[in-house]
Design a protein around this ligand. Structure first.
Ligand code: NG1
Ligand code: ZN
Length: 535
């Protein structure tokens, strides 16, 4: 029997449901029970992608992040720990949509021939999942798919999405400049030790450490944050974990988590906010991070991805200056969803350049590579910081002329190690933010005052066919349906500092409407008027 005969035989156990799949910004997302054929097929793609890359490890994560518990998803991680290369996304879509087992074989053969893949090449696939009830079944089917083309595969169990990205990057750099040790212990050691170094050099005593309340969304972050904080120890970090029930059904992302907090602009009902306390939320797979607190009037204050970007840009600008480094270009990457006040603050006050890209971390990550030190965060709290080779070498090779300069150079290197450069990572982001705030002796209230957010509104509109909505200009301008962009612009000009745009979601069957303006009532009115025009 040829390998294709075996694939046909196995695939017949997993018939494709009557769904048109599309590999979107976060891979495939669907009701978990409807993803069985897809994960089997993605196992095959992962093995092929690895063979194409001559045996470099490819990652596969089974998660639907902030989406509801019944949903699940699957996405591939490329050898450098980044998202799958866009040229392969179409292959994933092609395979997922093959109607019959024979169509599947034809699709596989077309990929093998287009990419000139030698099936005898070595391959390696690493996989992990989140805490969803459908994850174990999907993992077992995934393994069935992988093992038909690849005998070198490893299960990393229930870990966060960014931890798997980290592991893939570590495995693939072992023979050159190792990014780290490719285990969860290695992750805790690398990030945890760097964080401890910064706290020690800032001479922060255990008594003066604030307690950080962490909402884990009842997801995998609950397990892994416990692990990481225990590794670091209470003399360097004090966290109190909330929403940590990963065992009961109907808890994941329910009334908690970063998406709940961002969408509702309020804390999870399970968390009682007290003036002066520090709080943050992860999403279901711990790649998004948002901070929040209440002010002295007990009003909720959200410190979102844009405020994290602003804080990091300020701190890195200052550290580079103290380190006497002026030859590295520091920049921030945002999407159209970034609050206008943050963009103005970073550009005009910090004098740090800002680029705007399409939504989805792969676009931000790519644009951040254009800077020596590229900071990228989506407003929803997903982001990271990328250091170019030139940046790392410059920091390492600069000869300090004073103790202060030496300290700044050491801090830059420690910050580099705190950051998970493979992808946005809530736990790494938490250590980064804590280290910056504690180094600057800032609290959340002070950080919040960097700038005032413009009132903003995000609406989700169900439409008959979201694919007719096509955009340009980093998704800020609609080119189709014809005439709609004019309608939006005519509405926007009625509101002081108004801004609004419409784009199809890449993860849900809906169109998103964003609006901001100087006054809350104007913002809401603008958002609803645009939504009505879309519908
Ligand atoms: P879509 O559904 O394409 O808007 C959402 C987020 C993205 C990104 C992806 C992946 C918003 C407005 N959109 O994308 O920023 O995080 O999910 O999870 O937050
Ligand atoms: Zn997520």
């Amino acid at each position: 029997m040829s390998v294709f005969d075996i694939i046909v035989e196995q695939s017949s156990q997993y018939p494709k449901p009557d769904i048109n799949f599309s590999y979107g910004t976060a891979g495939f997302r669907e009701l978990g029970t409807l993803l069985v054929s897809t994960v089997f097929r993605m196992g095959l793609v992962a093995a092929l992608r690895s063979k194409k890359r001559h045996g470099e490890a490819i990652g596969v994560v089974i998660t639907a992040s902030h989406n509801k518990e019944e949903d699940n998803g699957i996405k591939l991680v490329d050898p450098n720990g980044d998202m799958l290369h866009p040229s392969w996304e179409n292959y994933c879509t092609l395979l997922a949509n093959a109607e019959t087992d024979q169509d599947l074989i034809s699709a596989l053969q077309s990929i093998i021939s287009a990419e000139k893949i030698d099936l005898n090449s070595p391959s390696q696939v690493l996989y992990a999942c989140d805490t969803r009830p459908t994850s174990p079944l999907l993992v077992s089917v995934l393994v069935n798919g992988i093992s038909l083309l690849c005998d070198n595969h490893k299960d990393y169990g229930v870990i966060t999405t960014p931890q798997l990205h980290y592991i893939v990057l570590c495995v693939n750099t072992q023979k050159s400049v190792p990014y780290g040790v490719p285990t969860i212990d290695g992750y805790c050691e690398k990030l945890g030790n760097a964080y401890k170094k910064i706290i020690d050099s800032a001479r922060i005593s255990p008594d003066s450490l604030p307690v950080l309340h962490v909402d884990c969304a009842n997801g995998v972050g609950a397990i892994q944050m416990k692990n990481l904080s225990e590794y670091i120890g209470s003399d360097h970090i004090k966290v109190q974990l909330h929403n940590t029930d990963t065992k009961s059904l109907n808890k994941l992302n329910v009334d908690c988590g970063a998406d709940y907090v961002k969408t509702n602009q309020k804390q999870p009902p399970s968390m009682d906010l007290v003036y002066g306390e520090w709080c943050c939320s992860f999403d279901g797979d711990a790649d998004r991070l948002l901070y929040y607190c209440v002010d002295s009037n007990k009003s909720f204050r959200l410190l979102d991805g844009d405020k994290i970007s602003s804080l990091v840009a300020l701190h890195f600008r200052d550290l580079l200056s103290s380190a006497g480094i002026s030859q590295l270009n520091l920049g921030v990457v945002q999407t159209a969803y970034a609050n206008g006040s943050s963009t103005r603050y970073i550009k005009n006050t910090l004098k740090v350049p800002v680029s705007i890209t399409n939504t989805g971390v792969k676009h931000l990550h790519h644009a951040a590579l254009g800077y020596d030190i590229g900071i990228y965060f989506e407003a929803n709290g997903h982001g990271s910081i990328l250091f170019s080779k030139k940046a790392v070498e410059t920091i390492k090779n600069t000869e300090p002329q004073s103790p202060a300069q030496k300290l700044a150079l050491e801090k830059l290197l420690s910050f580099h190690d705190v950051i998970n450069e493979a992808i946005g990572d809530a736990m790494s982001g938490l250590l980064l933010v804590q280290a910056i705030l504690l180094s600057r002796k800032w609290n959340l209230e002070y950080w919040d005052q960097m700038y005032n957010d413009m009132p903003n509104k995000l609406l989700k509109v169900k439409v008959a066919n979201r694919h007719i909505f096509e955009t340009t200009n980093a998704e800020q301008t609609l080119v189709s349906p014809a005439g709609l962009q004019n309608v939006i612009e005519n509405l926007v000009c009625n509101y002081p500092n108004g801004r609004s745009f419409v784009r199809p979601s890449g993860t849900e069957d809906a169109v998103r409407v964003y609006a901001e303006a100087s006054y809350p009532n104007d913002t809401n009115e603008l958002a609803y008027k645009v939504a009505r025009a879309v519908y």
